[in-house]
Ligand binder design. Structure first.
Ligand SMILES: [Zn+2]
Length: 468
């Protein structure tokens, strides 16, 4: 049992990895000041850009202070504890690490039920598995059920913000945002636009896609912590007329996101060349319709040339690197080194159902291996940056989430460094901080997530025997 000071606590609640200690006899005030004590790590910038030492702050025995859902302060426990009143509840997590909530920059919530479906590469796999499942999301009841399950799983994996594909049905977006709003989550989602090259009952039209998106934007964009993304599936499934309407939506509603796929698979790239013969590249299709901005996130972006990366930099568009999905479908090895050299923002995406895990720790494991195959080594610090502040920057949300600067929203994840016997044994043998972070990223997964907090409140506790 950990003690936070010399006083004898009046009340205690205990789970396997979490001890909540109340100093006085006051009940815990959820909207008052709360404190969380363990090792704490967060980033202020990209280690690749500013150098490792300048990129992060680490407190081996830290205290995170949260008031009314927002970060008030973070620092050494020794310094901050004496400043707390006796009424402030302090939650202590032994052998743990608090990091900002993970950010998933590309994921499809309707596809959670067809994860791990064996098959060919992208285009065949879409026909065989994805479209039959997405068809079911016309049913609001089904969509609501899946949205609840998906968000439970996301939180169980320590992810607190995601950029999410729904389906072509407006009901799928309403269901997702309703559930996310009830959980006070910061989420981005949008109705898929696709008017060709998919089964007829899954198509919209340039006009219906535009009108339905407009209605959803009015209903959800900017409501609480929710934001809307205009979401053409990818260039092959939208006509020029539809992509033009997507551009019109962005023009009419400043602040919207644009979320789509780019250059995932070689057959797809060849197909785009045939469908859009007047465009100089796949990326140029999106550029031509005014779809590239600071709030654009392009999933995959594997088969690009240096000119494409330069255009992405010029337009400030971001990339979602989806290592698990890229390996599963055999799509290719993302060129992170060139993206870094050309100063393009990159975050991580799990991209389920093609990805095989919702864990961003698992994504880091596979990202590391992909980059090794490209003769590029990702440092342990860069890995944890990508899963937190790097994702927040890619989503242009780093003014709200991504680290523990005072005033930011207090979404955070508590990683249990002893989650499995192997992890505990390996951690004990680590000699440096970098090695510890590397081991956590390589061997960790959902089992390592002891708790996930949203706006300072517990949204997932691995051991549910006690609610804090
Ligand atoms: Zn995807």
């Amino acid at each position: 049992m950990e003690r936070v000071d010399g006083k004898c606590p009046q009340r205690r609640s205990k789970t396997k990895n979490c001890t909540v200690i109340f100093h006085g006899d006051q009940p815990m005030k959820l909207d008052g000041l709360s404190a969380f004590r363990t090792a704490i790590l967060h980033f202020s910038d990209d280690p690749t850009k500013v150098g490792e030492k300048e990129s992060y702050t680490y407190f081996p025995d830290g205290l995170l202070l949260v008031r009314s859902g927002m970060v008030e302060k973070v620092g050494p426990a020794e310094k901050l504890l004496p400043q707390l009143s006796a009424q402030t509840p302090v939650t202590t997590f032994p052998h743990s690490l608090i990091v900002p909530g993970f950010v998933d920059c590309h994921v499809h919530y309707p596809q959670i039920e067809m994860m791990a479906a064996p098959g060919g590469q992208l285009l065949e796999w879409l026909d065989q598995y994805v479209y039959p499942v997405e068809r079911q999301f016309a049913d609001p009841h089904k969509a609501a059920q899946r949205a609840e399950f998906f968000l439970d799983e996301l939180l169980r994996n320590g992810t607190t913000t995601a950029l999410v594909f729904a389906t072509v049905h407006p009901a799928s977006v309403d269901a997702f945002f309703t559930v996310a709003q009830n959980r006070r989550l910061r989420m981005i989602c949008g109705k898929v636009m696709m008017d060709r090259n998919v089964p007829a009952d899954l198509t919209d039209t340039p006009e219906s896609g535009y009108q339905e998106s407009k209605t959803l934007i009015a209903r959800w964009h900017g409501k609480d912590r929710l934001r809307y993304a205009v979401t053409p599936r990818f260039a092959p499934t939208s006509s020029d007329a539809q992509l033009a309407r997507a551009g019109q939506l962005l023009h009419e509603h400043p602040g919207l996101y644009l979320h789509t796929h780019l250059a995932e698979n070689r057959d797809e790239v060849d197909w785009v060349g045939k469908l859009f013969p007047d465009r100089s590249s796949y990326l140029d299709v999106y550029a031509h319709h005014g779809l590239l901005s600071r709030r654009t996130v392009l999933a995959h972006s594997i088969h690009l040339n240096t000119r494409d990366f330069q255009l992405l930099h010029q337009k400030e568009a971001g990339i979602a690197f989806c290592p698990s999905s890229n390996l599963f479908l055999g799509s290719g090895l993302f060129d992170l080194k060139t993206a870094e050299a050309e100063k393009v923002r990159v975050g991580l995406g799990t991209d389920i159902g093609a990805g095989t895990s919702l864990s961003l720790l698992r994504a880091l494991n596979e990202a590391y291996k992909i980059q090794k195959l490209r003769d590029h080594v990702i440092s342990p610090f860069k890995m944890l940056y990508l899963a937190t502040l790097g994702g927040a920057k890619t989503l242009d949300m780093d003014d709200k989430i991504g680290n523990f600067e005072p005033g930011k929203e207090a979404d955070f994840t508590v990683l249990d460094c002893d989650a499995t016997p192997l992890l505990a044994m390996r951690m004990a043998a680590c000699r440096t901080l970098a090695e510890k972070f590397f081991v956590l990223a390589m061997l960790g997964d959902d089992r390592a997530v002891a708790a996930t907090y949203v706006m300072g409140r517990p949204a997932h506790l691995r051991d549910r025997s006690v609610s804090v």
